[in-house]
Design a protein around this ligand. Structure first.
Ligand SMILES: [Zn+2]
Length: 293
C-alpha cells in the first residue's frame, strides 16, 4: 500500500511527493551522523522526490540546527585543514573573477577556513557559523566568525559577496535562506552557492551509495532545482559550473575509497605518502554565481 505523505516540497510547495528511498538511519546514533566529515555514506532518512520540480528531500527532518548548535564536534574536519585551505583558496580565486574586492560574508563558515583565505586575498571577510565548536576554533585562530545563523544581529551589511558553501543541502527552508541572504546584499552583490549535484555522473553511477547521500544532507539539488530555487528567491544566475577540485591527504582519500572497494583491492598506503595532499576533482558539486534580479 502506498504511504501517504503529508509534507510538501521545500522548493515548490507541491504536495506531489513520492517516496524515493526508505530510511536506513540508525536513530540511536543520529547526532554522530551529522558531523561534516562523517563516513555514513548512503545513509539517509526517508527521502521524498517532488514530482513537480524534481527536488529530493528528507521531509521529516525539518530542523537540523539543534544537531549543529551544541553537539557537533568534528576533529577529523580540522585535521584536514591544510587541504581545505587549498580548496577554499581555489573558490576565492574563482570569486575574484566576478568581484575583485569588497565585504564578504561566509554563511556556515565552519572554523573560518574560507574567511581566512578571503582575508589573505584582500577581502574584508567575516562569517557566521551555528556550531559552537567550529566557531570557537575560528575565534582561537583570530578569525571573525560569529556564532549563529541568519538573520544575525552582529552583521553589518550590505555585503558585496555572500558565500554559501556546502550549506544549502543542510536546511529545510532553502528559499527562505536565500531571501535572508538577499536582505544583507546590495544591487551589485554576488552570491556564491556550492552544493552536491545529484544529477552528476558519480551520483548516477553510485546510486544511493553516492558519498553525498548522508544524514547531514537533507535536501538534494541538481542543475534544474538549483536554478528553480534561486529564480524563485529572486536571484539571477551568472555562471553555473562544477566546484574547483577538493584537496585531501592521500591517507584520507585511501581510507574513504576503501569503503567502496572489495577487500582484495584494498592495500595499505605507506606512512610516507599518508600526508601527501592531492587534488580530487569529482565533478559532483555545483558552483553557482548569482546576482540580484
Ligand atoms: Zn517541488
Amino acid at each position: 500500500m502506498k504511504k501517504k505523505i503529508s509534507s510538501e516540497c521545500w522548493l515548490c510547495n507541491s504536495k506531489e511527493l513520492e517516496i524515493a528511498k526508505l530510511s536506513n538511519l540508525d536513530e540511536t546514533k543520529q547526532e554522530s551522523s551529522f558531523v561534516i566529515s562523517g563516513r555514513d555514506y548512503g545513509i539517509t532518512g526517508e527521502m521524498h522526490h517532488c514530482q513537480n520540480c524534481d527536488f529530493l528531500q528528507w521531509s521529516d527532518m525539518n530542523d537540523v540546527l539543534p544537531f549543529y548548535e551544541n553537539t557537533m564536534e568534528d576533529p577529523t574536519y580540522e585535521s584536514l585543514r591544510k587541504g581545505r585551505s587549498l580548496q577554499a583558496r581555489k573558490v576565492v580565486e574563482k570569486i575574484i573573477k566576478y568581484k575583485k574586492q569588497g565585504k564578504l560574508l561566509d554563511v556556515g563558515a565552519g572554523s573560518g577556513i574560507l574567511v581566512e583565505q578571503a582575508i589573505k586575498t584582500g577581502y574584508k571577510a567575516e562569517g557566521i557559523e551555528p556550531s559552537r565548536w567550529f566557531q570557537e576554533k575560528a575565534t582561537e585562530l583570530g578569525l571573525p566568525v560569529y556564532l549563529g545563523s541568519l538573520p544575525h544581529s552582529n552583521l553589518r551589511g550590505p555585503y558585496e559577496i555572500v558565500t554559501l558553501i556546502d550549506v544549502i543541502e543542510h536546511v529545510s527552508n532553502p528559499i527562505e535562506l536565500l531571501l535572508e541572504i538577499k536582505k544583507i546584499t546590495t544591487t551589485n552583490s554576488i552570491i556564491v552557492i556550492i552544493t552536491p549535484d545529484r544529477g552528476s555522473i558519480p551520483a548516477k553511477l553510485l546510486g544511493w551509495k553516492w558519498w553525498n547521500y548522508k544524514p547531514g544532507h537533507i535536501g538534494y539539488f541538481n542543475n534544474k532545482t538549483i536554478e528553480f530555487a534561486t529564480q524563485k528567491a529572486g536571484l539571477k544566475q551568472i555562471k553555473l559550473c562544477y566546484r574547483p577540485a577538493l584537496y585531501y591527504p592521500l591517507g584520507f582519500i585511501a581510507e574513504r575509497v576503501k569503503l567502496y572497494l572489495p577487500k582484495f583491492l584494498q592495500f595499505p598506503i605507506p606512512q610516507f605518502f599518508q600526508n601527501l595532499i592531492l587534488p580530487l576533482d569529482l565533478k559532483d558539486s555545483l558552483m553557482g554565481i548569482y546576482t540580484l534580479k
